[in-house]
Design a protein around this ligand. Structure first.
Ligand SMILES: [Zn+2]
Length: 256
């Protein structure tokens, strides 16, 4: 009986390490029709594989070849600020680009057809920001702005200088930035911290730095937006709409 017991125990641990494909349906109820370990089917009829056969061993391969399964492999912890993210722990940064193209638009022209303008509060009034209307993302960002407007001025200054849509690749890569899909926002660009300003490569050992207040971060996370300050490769001005990392059914029990 002994070997069987060991097998059962390790199988249990394994399932806890892998997130459930169903979490994509729960996170994007108006966009994703079904999902299993084979494929994900969108309500617009597009189908995507849940796993791809590209190698994903080295960090370079993970970041360049992530699939929908790997996209959930590092669980996002919407907690406090107590510990800096561990080495190469970037929940949300491992992305399967075809998924975002299937949801928000396959190219610049089709993405821009989905953009609408929302009002974003500033200390002197408000400004307009382009954001996608797909899946109600625009409504979540508008709601975030309204909540930030109620914070004290000492916190609100961190939501100044906001920029959203820009069709571009991530610096020094050929991967599209989430800003390209109209689902990301940068705040306080002159006062925040970016890992690339300190590190020569993805696998370099870098020190964590942040000045973005938790009050702003928590408002975003409440509405399905993750924060780049929870990444080892910190990008503390950056937030993006990634409800699959914040929906309860999507949160893996253990870190990989
Ligand atoms: Zn950004």
């Amino acid at each position: 009986m002994r070997p069987l017991t060991v097998l059962a125990a390790s199988a249990l641990v394994f399932t806890h390490l892998l997130a459930n494909p169903q979490c994509y349906v729960d996170a994007y109820p108006t966009l994703v029709a079904s999902a299993d370990k084979e494929e994900i089917v969108l309500k617009n009829g597009l189908k995507l594989p849940y796993k791809t056969s590209m190698p994903k061993v080295s960090w370079d391969e993970k970041i360049n070849h992530a699939d929908l399964e790997m996209q959930l492999s590092q669980s996002y912890d919407a907690g406090g600020f107590d510990t800096p993210p561990p080495y190469l722990f970037d929940p949300g940064r491992l992305r399967y680009q075809p998924f975002f193209q299937a949801l928000y638009g396959k190219d610049k022209q089709s993405i821009e057809k989905n953009l609408v303008s929302i009002s974003w509060p500033t200390l002197k009034g408000s400004t307009k920001l382009p954001v996608t209307k797909v899946g109600g993302v625009d409504k979540t960002l508008y709601a975030i702005g309204q909540e930030i407007a109620k914070l004290p001025k000492s916190d609100r200054i961190w939501a100044e200088g906001a920029t959203t849509y820009c069709y571009r690749v991530i610096k020094d890569t050929d991967r599209l930035s989430m800003h390209s899909f109209g689902i990301a926002i940068d705040l306080a660009p002159m006062k925040t911290q970016y890992w690339k300003d300190e590190a020569p490569s993805e696998t370099a050992h870098i020190g964590y730095r942040n000045t973005m207040p938790l009050s702003i971060v928590r408002i975003f996370e409440k509405h399905g937006w993750i924060w780049g300050g929870r990444w080892y490769h910190y990008d503390t001005m950056h937030f993006e709409y990634r409800p699959e990392l914040l929906t309860p059914s999507c949160i893996a029990k253990d870190h990989e």
